[in-house]
Design a protein around this ligand. Structure first.
Ligand SMILES: [Zn+2]
Length: 290
């Protein structure tokens, strides 16, 4: 659906522009209609590599894609053949996405058993009254907190791409984010601001938050989450630029380890004109501080 509507839009756009490719401020030649690589993208690779690969020294950060299915990152066909199979998502990632109700139940049961083991290991009695239902409860909770593995970004964005003659910045800020740190499996929470400057296509406003929600409901590191949101928008509507800034507090920092309560981690990802034009970037930064 998305691909179809996008290619229709692309046709209109090309007719309007009188050229074959809508182009990109940084000379990226990827066209809007790239359906295959949108399929279910956004999963991280099973290899543990959490940073995108640089396809070539001259490549803009937008063209970084570490897996051929477009699942590790929002992908682009331009790098499709350069991707090594090792970046394809884990079997368990696929099977969760396609699970039947019985398989889901079996998965939760297995998870609850593992939680019982945790309780035992930390020196608790899994059979005492207060803990009796904890494994099942936790299993349900953690499946919910990682439900982003069951979302295809295509479905999230679908039907929310519109042609609009608007070329000023679109900004949604103070979007609440809760995610799980993949290093410690404890939460990090914060706020994210997302801005883009349209290039004939706009995205339904609520979809910006939905995209952030989808990626945050997976195991994450804040850096990757920030970048995935930006690249997803870049992929979906090919705007002139995308800016994403996230402030978050990590429980793994405040509750354990260095124990620095109140510390805030800020990450940002600037693409297109937000990266190349200082004025645009400054406008964005001023707007989000207001
Ligand atoms: Zn952590």
């Amino acid at each position: 659906m998305l691909a179809e509507s996008l290619s229709k839009l692309e046709t209109c756009q090309n007719q309007a522009n009188g050229k074959a490719d809508s182009g990109h401020p940084e000379g990226n030649s990827v066209s809007i209609g790239t359906p295959r690589i949108h399929e279910g993208y956004g999963f991280r690779p099973p290899s543990g590599i959490s940073t995108p690969l640089i396809a070539s020294a001259s490549a803009a950060s937008e063209s970084l894609v570490p897996d051929s299915n477009g699942l590790g990152w929002p992908g682009k066909s331009v790098t499709y053949n350069r991707i090594s199979p090792e970046y394809r998502p884990a079997k368990s990632t696929y099977s969760r996405l396609t699970a039947t109700n019985e398989e889901k139940a079996a998965r939760e049961k297995k998870l609850a058993e593992a939680v019982r083991t945790i309780l035992d290991c930390i020196g608790e009695d899994p059979n005492r009254e207060g803990l009796l239902k904890t494994p099942e409860r936790y299993a349900k909770a953690v499946m919910w907190m990682t439900k982003g593995y069951e979302d295809r970004l295509t479905d999230v964005i679908n039907d929310a791409v519109f042609m609009e003659d608007h070329d000023e910045m679109v900004l949604v800020r103070d979007i609440d984010i809760s995610s799980l740190c993949e290093h410690h499996l404890v939460p990090f929470t914060g706020k994210i601001a997302i801005a883009y400057i349209p290039n004939k296509l706009v995205l339904g406003l609520s979809k910006l938050a939905r995209i952030a929600e989808t990626f945050s409901r997976r195991l994450q590191v804040q850096e990757r989450l920030t970048k995935q949101v930006a690249i997803a928008i870049q992929e979906a509507i090919k705007p002139r630029g995308v800016a994403v800034v996230m402030d978050a507090t990590h429980l793994c920092m405040t509750m354990r380890g260095v124990q620095k309560p109140g510390s805030i981690t800020t990450t940002s990802c600037m693409l297109g004109c937000f990266r190349t034009q200082q004025k645009t970037r400054e406008e964005f930064l001023t707007l989000i501080k207001r």
